[in-house]
Ligand binder design. Structure first.
Ligand SMILES: [Zn+2]
Length: 215
């Protein structure tokens, strides 16, 4: 009997949760869908990630580890802007104190890689995706690594600080000069820097935050 009451309560809470989300099929707060425990053991990892996994989890937390792993698999390579986008989306969630699928996002990263790679990291880290209809890309804006995040009518703009952006632009320019654009060596060098900045750059330092109104 007691168990039936608990089951009924859980079902009621579950439907409340579904009803309160920004779209119909928002899932419960437990964010994992397939994995129960997310892998971080060295034997699961590509060779170049094995030396930094402990540092990444220690300094940025398991959630960022998991988020950037999923971003990289989804994005089909490990890049600098996609890592920054993942960190940006997590920062926005922390600002509002919310889990996945709660924010509506407008990205200003344009539609041309490498800057537009930012938007893939934002999708994975916030759950605001094209499929859910909760993210859009601003048209007619000069592409930049920044995005607006809204919870209801409250919004913030997170923009990669100028000094970091200059460094990323300089890095990518030097890689292209040295290896040519989109060559195997180019992707290898971008990956090396993506891993380095994932490990070294804190999402608490990377972004300028300003308040914005929902249009
Ligand atoms: Zn990319």
């Amino acid at each position: 009997m007691k168990r039936n009451v608990l089951v009924a309560l859980a079902a009621a809470l579950g439907s409340l949760c579904l009803a309160s989300g920004p779209h119909a099929h928002r899932s419960k707060d437990h964010h994992r869908v397939v994995f129960d425990k997310f892998p971080s053991e060295a034997s699961f990892l590509r060779q170049d990630l094995r030396p930094v996994v402990d540092q990444i989890i220690r300094e940025h937390g398991e959630l960022e580890w998991e988020t950037v792993v999923l971003t990289s698999e989804f994005h089909t390579h490990l890049g600098i802007y996609s890592v920054i986008g993942a960190k940006m989306g997590l920062k926005a969630r922390e600002h509002f104190g919310v889990g996945l699928d709660r924010l509506v996002v407008k990205s200003f990263a344009g539609r041309k890689p490498p800057v537009s790679c930012l938007t893939d990291g934002i999708q994975v880290s916030t759950g605001a995706t094209l499929g859910h209809g909760t993210i859009s890309v601003a048209e007619n804006a000069v592409p930049a690594p920044r995005a607006h995040f809204f919870l209801g009518d409250t919004g913030i703009c997170l923009a990669l600080k100028e000094a970091y952006w200059q460094q990323v632009k300089g890095d990518i320019g030097r890689i292209i000069q040295r290896h040519g654009a989109l060559t195997d060596e180019y992707w290898a060098a971008v990956r090396r820097l993506g891993i380095k900045y994932w490990a070294e750059w804190s999402r608490d330092d990377l972004f300028d935050l300003t308040l914005v109104k929902r249009p």
